[in-house]
Write a protein that binds this ligand. Structure first.
Ligand SMILES: *Cc1c(COP(=O)(O)O)cnc(C)c1O
Length: 382
């Protein structure tokens, strides 16, 4: 039998925790009623499960329960935040037309912003230095009197760097600018309390924190007006129509609870394994870390490798390792994030993203370091 593949792609997705699957189990076939069916007991029971999950998630994030709007994931939450805010501004007769983000944002932020830039809004995609961290001085210089929204992710999905969210929020708030934060890679992995940090809109994804795929949430701060982007029912305070997926919502709440429970301990353990991997690979020479060493996610390492062809490296590792050269969402093209850090297309193609996870063991990291080292050495001799 072939050796199992070592999975080091936890920033593309994480396995759903067995305890989460268990928590979801009764809500598929036994208690299947629609939580919008308020005229019978099964419906009321499902509604109570949804509200309990909402309360748990809100409590974990330090916001009121009605701040949590369930969506199909972070992509939809980003779309609701960005397009919903822009549309509400137009409907209210407001005159703010400028949007700003970093050039290293996820496609699920960049694409809705670029969509708006084709529909009457101006967009600044702010470059970042090779550290991948925002230059706050330059950032504040690009804020305008008519800036409506700033969108900056908390933790980068490719290079793992953590942006100074609190400082960004303060600069926005002083100017009456709304601040959206894509927290898909951060929530459950680092302490993040949106209200305390001054985040107006926070996107969350279930499958990035050991929960199910197809569920997420947008956390909406007090006083933030959004126009719904899905029409068809009055669910979620009229902000997001569609029958609620009760099992997925229950699963999201359970996954977040578990992620917060072992967050500090997991981060400490994975940082040690990640650093061990970095030491091993660095010894080969001609290996560069992409993005600042700190602050960054404990479970992320992203490197580019001199003297190897990216496609050949991917082919060599494929039988034994599951990892990626960039984002799972922009397959094919060399990473726009790495190019934003100043890497050429060719250098960006010769990059590897290691995303460690809850079940990653020391033995797996040891084996992965061996496999990658052997592949690089072999390719460099060709
Ligand atoms: C995965 C991811 C998304 C998309 O989340 P889905 O729930 O899969 O839609 C958005 N932003 C970031 C930063 C991500 O890592």
């Amino acid at each position: 039998m072939a050796d199992p593949v070592i999975y080091l792609d936890h920033q593309a997705t994480t396995p759903c925790e067995p305890a989460v699957v268990e928590a979801m189990a009764p809500w598929w076939s036994e208690e299947f009623a629609n939580p919008s069916s308020r005229s019978h007991r099964p419906g009321l029971l499902a509604a109570a499960a949804v509200e309990q999950a909402r309360g748990q998630i809100a409590g974990a994030l330090g916001v009121p329960a009605n701040a949590v709007v369930f969506t199909s994931g972070a992509t939809e939450a980003n779309n609701l935040a960005i397009k919903g805010l822009a549309e509400a501004e137009l409907l209210a007769g407001g005159s703010r037309r400028h949007l700003l983000c970093l050039s290293t944002e996820h496609r699920a932020v960049l694409d809705p912003l670029r969509y708006l830039s084709r529909h009457g809004f101006a967009l600044t995609e702010l470059p970042v230095p090779p550290s991948g961290l925002v230059d706050l001085e330059q950032f504040s210089q690009h804020l305008r009197a008519d800036t409506l929204l700033v969108s900056v992710m908390a933790a980068n999905n490719e290079i793992g760097v953590l942006q100074p969210i609190s400082a960004i929020a303060r600069l926005c708030r002083e100017r009456g600018i709304r601040f959206h934060c894509d927290g898909a890679q951060a929530v459950g992995h680092i302490p993040l309390q949106p209200a305390a940090l001054g985040i107006d809109l926070l996107s969350i994804s279930g499958h990035k924190l050991y929960g199910p795929k197809g569920i997420g949430a947008l956390v909406v701060g007090p006083g933030v007006q959004l126009a719904p982007q899905l029409h068809g029912g009055s669910q979620e305070q009229g902000l997001r129509a569609g029958s609620l997926p009760v099992p997925l919502i229950v699963g999201l709440a359970k996954a977040l609870e578990l992620a917060m429970a072992d967050q500090a301990e997991r981060a400490e353990r994975l940082a040690a394994l990640r650093d061990q991997l970095w030491q091993r690979l660095q010894a080969l020479g001609g290996i560069h870390r992409n993005g600042a060493a700190a602050p960054r996610l404990a479970h992320n390492l992203n490197i580019w490798i001199e003297g190897v062809d990216g496609a050949a490296l991917q082919r060599a590792l494929r039988p034994s390792l599951a990892l990626s050269s960039g984002s799972a969402c922009s397959s094919g093209e060399p990473s726009h994030v790495l190019q934003a850090l100043g890497l050429s297309r060719q250098q960006a193609a010769a990059a590897l993203r290691f995303g460690l996870g809850r079940r990653t063991s020391g033995a797996e990291i040891e084996a992965a370091a061996e496999l990658v080292s052997a592949a690089i050495t072999e390719l460099r001799q060709r």
